[in-house]
Design a protein around this ligand. Structure first.
Ligand code: 5RP
Length: 264
């Protein structure tokens, strides 16, 4: 048994038990299969969809004439994509953050350009798993965080669209996604455990870049910029899902009655 198993807190032990892991298992990590979200057609789901749609609709106002548009990934962004045919004449080129988004855009007749072809992008629109009042985000619930971070970095303006359940006082209730190269995942997990997080391997999930995701539970992210830098520096980490060095410029929060907008 490795040292970090001995030192881990009770919650970590519980995760290992519930995942029926032994210390001999190949990755030495609790595992989790991520169920696709929003499978059920419950009232709650429908309300969440309405809120996401409200945010997505409001984001259309940021698409001006001749825009090179970056498109994120996830259920909120899917609402936006469904609306894009209505503003097709304002879009000069579109760049995608994932194979899933590319497929959806192509279904609607958009030709998807590569970032390398278009240079910087005018506007990037994406969702988030959590957002704070400084417009810092946790992203990567859908596993597309690396390409999302690249597009956010290349964008003159980053508009983030969320429903009101995603707004938090302090980031970190949502388990922090980290994309790691597969051979380093146990090493990175031990480092994260030393930082008092409980990393869980997102089993049966491979990113568009051929890598794995660790979802880190119970990490205290009181200083998002510092934590982003610290985790980014671990060898084997490709991208951490904290977007603090490049936060959103505008946050559109959808609720039952419409939207609230912060930032500029
Ligand atoms: C994908 C992401 C998504 O933006 C995030 O997970 C939010 O998704 P949804 O809109 O489905 O709640 O970061 O990697």
């Amino acid at each position: 048994m490795r040292a970090y198993f001995v030192l881990r807190p009770a919650i970590w032990r519980d995760q290992c038990r519930s995942a029926k892991l032994t210390a001999e298992s190949s990755f030495d990590l609790p595992v989790r299969y991520r169920e696709p979200r929003y499978k059920s057609e419950s009232n709650e789901t429908m309300q969440a969809d309405d809120k996401k749609r409200n945010a997505a609709k409001a984001a259309l106002n940021y698409i001006e004439g001749d825009t090179v548009l970056g498109v994120g990934t996830g259920t909120t962004v899917n609402q936006l994509i469904d609306l894009l045919p209505g503003v097709r004449d304002r879009i000069h080129a579109v760049v995608s953050s994932s194979t899933a988004t590319t497929a959806r855009l192509e279904e609607l007749g958009f030709e998807v350009s590569l970032l390398n072809e278009v240079g910087d992008i005018d506007l990037y629109i994406d969702g988030a798993d959590e957002a704070n009042k400084h417009l810092q985000l946790i992203k990567g619930g859908g596993g597309a965080l690396t390409r999302e971070k690249v597009l956010a970095g290349a964008a003159r303006k980053f508009v983030c669209i969320i429903d009101d359940s995603k707004l938090v006082g302090m980031l970190g209730t949502f388990p922090l996604p980290i994309e790691v190269i597969p051979m380093a995942q146990s090493f990175v997990a031990r480092k994260l455990a030393k930082m008092r997080g409980q990393p869980v391997w997102r089993e049966k999930f491979v990113t568009d870049n051929g890598n794995h995701i660790l979802d880190v539970h119970n990490l205290v992210i009181s200083n998002p910029m510092e934590m982003e830098t610290r985790i980014n520096q671990l060898p084997g980490v490709l991208t951490v899902g904290i977007f603090a060095h490049r936060p959103a410029d505008v946050l559109i929060i959808g609720d039952e009655s419409g939207v609230r907008i912060t930032g500029k």
